[in-house]
Write a protein that binds this ligand. Structure first.
Ligand code: F0G
Length: 455
């Protein structure tokens, strides 16, 4: 049989609620045409993010009862430490409450004002944490990674020539090099083992440590298995171990591939930075054996890290995004190709080619998906990345995307079939879709809280 099924069955369910179009029109109006302001229970398919939103397994729920809630030296810490040491091959580990806390603690301990950090693409919080400390965050993804319609197997790769140029020119300012797997900001695109290996070698040549942002390391490993010659028959665990073998440390948001609702960590090969990390952790997160989490969270993470590397699961996971992509192709809807691991990024300009960017086509498409079918995605376009300048004029983003990110193990194929139908219907009705204007906005990160009206 060719159908790739969800490799699990459902033990506990959570109802989702249908609404009528009329109700959704009222709800969206009350939310000032900003889906962030909707109540989650008024959303049918909530694809705002894959972060911390997934379903835990019965094994994880079982482990939760084993949580040791001791303040210092809890058994749950040592259990998780062993799992992380085995996967990463690195000795030094501290938990944090989520990924951005791992970034903040590590950067505060290691970087100083005026530094520069190269990466394929920094995620928003990584960039914000660096810039807040007066550090320049430089994105060096390969040119292929910036062309939505171009099919290329590893669009998350870092451009090694540009990385070397930066190392030569600004080496003195660089505390370490980073690499984000998969490259979320660039469409959830994977990085090849060859690129990880070469970047590691390059950083070594210039005497710089290598830190990976590994939120989606298992999905990245599965892409390597499926796309990189020589890895077809390598078990995922071994691919993961090889990926980690090239770096000196990592920050992790466990809310992604560790299959938990909250959590993160820092892991380092050498103990050189550990005093600084532990001191910062105690101040910002908690004692080093719990780092802002409960013992039960550590247990769930220990199980989740293993489950996230399960090959049947990963095959189904990546196939889900690919399947939705095929349905969008059939409907003539453009998206970032090939589909990434955790999300599909619709190119709103292919649905609303005539809408002026000043009316925010990706935001308009987001609203239309909610009105048509109760689906919530996130705009990655000119509301998120554009700015209103002092003179009242606007800057716009170079792409108008809507990200539909998929919580892990939560939605079944019929949900995806339904979504494909909704998106196709929205495309049919494109002429009637209205753009918006922003009537109230804060100075920073305006997409979260801005209020809009129909343009
Ligand atoms: N790094 C990457 C690549 C991420 O995608 C995220 C979060 C973080 C770091 C920060 O981790 O949320 O646990 O503090 N991404 C989520 C998203 C929020 O929707 O893509 P966090």
């Amino acid at each position: 049989p060719k159908t790739l099924i969800e490799p699990f069955r459902i033990k506990s369910i959570e109802p989702i609620r249908m609404t009528t179009r009329e109700q959704r029109e009222q709800l969206l109006a009350a939310a000032h045409l900003n889906v962030f302001k909707l109540r989650a229970e008024d959303v049918l398919l909530d694809w705002l993010t894959d972060s911390g939103t997934g379903a835990m397994s019965s094994k994880q729920w079982g482990a939760i009862m084993e949580g040791d809630e001791s303040y210092a030296g809890a058994r749950s810490f040592y259990r998780l430490e062993k799992v992380i040491q085995d996967i990463t091959g690195m000795q030094h580990f501290v938990p944090t409450h989520q990924g951005r806390a791992a970034e903040k603690v590590l950067f505060t301990a290691v970087c100083k004002k005026g530094d520069l950090v190269p990466n394929n693409c920094h995620f928003d919080t990584t960039r914000a944490n660096l810039e807040y400390l007066g550090i320049e965050a430089v994105d060096l993804v390969i040119p292929e990674g910036l062309q939505p319609a171009l099919i290329y197997p590893f669009k998350g790769n870092i451009d090694l020539a540009r990385a070397e140029a930066v190392l030569q020119k600004d080496g003195a300012r660089i505390p370490f090099g980073m690499l984000t797997v998969t490259n979320n900001t660039g469409g959830g695109q994977p990085v090849s083992m060859e690129n990880i290996r070469a970047y590691s070698k390059l950083l070594k040549k210039y005497g710089k440590p290598f830190i990976m942002d590994v939120c989606r390391f298992s999905e990245n490993a599965m892409f390597i298995k499926m796309r990189e010659p020589g890895y077809e028959n390598t078990p995922i665990r071994e691919i993961v171990q090889e990926m980690f073998s090239y770096c000196d440390g990592a920050t992790m948001s466990a809310k992604k591939d560790a299959m938990v609702n909250i959590g993160g960590f820092i892991v380092l090969r050498s103990d050189e930075w550990m005093d600084g990390v532990r001191n910062g952790l105690i101040m910002m997160e908690g004692f080093p054996t719990y780092g802002g989490l409960a013992g039960r969270d550590l247990e769930a993470m220990a199980v989740g890290l293993e489950e996230g590397m399960d090959e049947d699961y990963l095959r189904y996971r990546l196939r889900t995004a690919e399947y939705l992509g095929e349905r969008l192709d059939a409907a003539g809807v453009g998206f970032v190709k090939p589909t990434g691991g955790h999300a599909v990024y619709i190119d709103a300009k292919t649905v609303l080619p005539d809408m002026p960017v000043a009316h925010y086509p990706a935001w308009a498409l987001c609203n239309a998906l909610y009105l048509e079918g109760g689906i919530r995605g996130v705009e990655i376009g000119s509301v998120m990345f554009g700015k209103r300048l002092q003179d009242g004029t606007e800057t716009f983003h170079n792409m108008e995307l809507v990200r539909l990110a998929f919580p892990r193990r939560m939605y079944t194929q019929s949900h995806f079939d339904y979504a494909a139908e909704v998106i196709a219907e929205v495309k049919e009705k494109a002429a009637s879709i209205r753009g918006v204007k922003i009537v109230k906005q804060p100075e920073f990160l305006r997409h979260f809280t801005c209020e809009c009206a129909w343009a």
